[in-house]
Design a protein around this ligand. Structure first.
Ligand SMILES: NC(=O)c1ccc[n+]([C@@H]2O[C@H](COP(=O)([O-])OP(=O)(O)OC[C@H]3O[C@@H](n4cnc5c(N)ncnc54)[C@H](OP(=O)(O)O)[C@@H]3O)[C@@H](O)[C@H]2O)c1
Length: 186
């Protein structure tokens, strides 16, 4: 927990731990209806969605959810027409969350890579790792930077102190599996 906020990561990754193609866009092969429905329900319940600028621009905020967008272009924490904007070099996470979601609650974090890297160090209260086990994306964007050095997503999550719950088949025919990783119970 960061103050009154619980940090929940969400990613759908290929068999080779990629969240997007070499062009930086999410390929159709990584889109799955069962995962999308689960992910959208999680965002609906969250107090705020925290994401990188590229993901914000690639995924228009059709539901007008409360977003906090990371960008080096922001001066501290700014309210813009489309979202809260935050530059982590200028302001702390709890300051940004206090502005964007003052009542606390779940901060859903759908990435991308730099954002996941940052929250790995801060600490996730849950990381929802969905794997499309039959999809490979050569030279795609890795879910964590450590993947580039040959670490799997699972190894990276474990190395940051998280442990996996049971794996659920979200879409058996498509080979799409969900595992939620959390800190060990005290
Ligand atoms: N499969 C999945 O689950 C999944 C998850 C996430 C994203 N995606 C997809 O992946 C693509 C983009 O992902 P991405 O990883 O390339 O980019 P991204 O994280 O969406 O955006 C990167 C940008 O966010 C800003 N940013 C991130 N961390 C920052 C920090 N600590 N300080 C300041 N600014 C920071 C920077 O913006 P500035 O350049 O403005 O400084 C950076 O260029 C999109 O197509 C998205 O839809 C897929």
């Amino acid at each position: 927990m960061i103050g009154n906020w619980s940090i929940h990561g969400h990613a759908i990754v290929s068999a080779d731990d990629r969240i997007a193609g070499p062009d930086g866009l999410t390929p159709e092969s990584l889109r799955n209806d069962a995962d999308w429905a689960r992910f959208q329900a999680a965002l609906d319940e969250a107090a705020v969605t925290v994401l990188g600028r590229l993901g914000h621009e690639a995924n228009p905020n059709l539901k007008r959810r409360n977003r906090l967008v990371l960008s080096s272009s922001a001066r501290g924490i700014e309210r813009r027409a489309d979202a809260w904007w935050w530059n982590p070099a200028d302001a702390l996470l709890d300051e940004a969350l206090a502005r964007a979601a003052p009542a606390g609650g779940v901060a859903a974090v759908p990435g991308g890579r730099q954002v996941f890297d940052m929250f790995l160090e801060i600490g996730f209260d849950a990381f929802h790792l969905v794997r499309a086990r039959d999809v490979r994306i050569a030279d795609g964007v890795p879910v964590f930077s450590a993947v580039t050095a040959g670490e799997s997503a699972e190894h990276t999550l474990a190395a940051h102190g998280l442990v996996p719950g049971p794996t659920e088949e979200l879409d058996p025919a498509a080979g799409v599996l969900l595992t939620v990783w959390r800190p060990p119970l005290a």
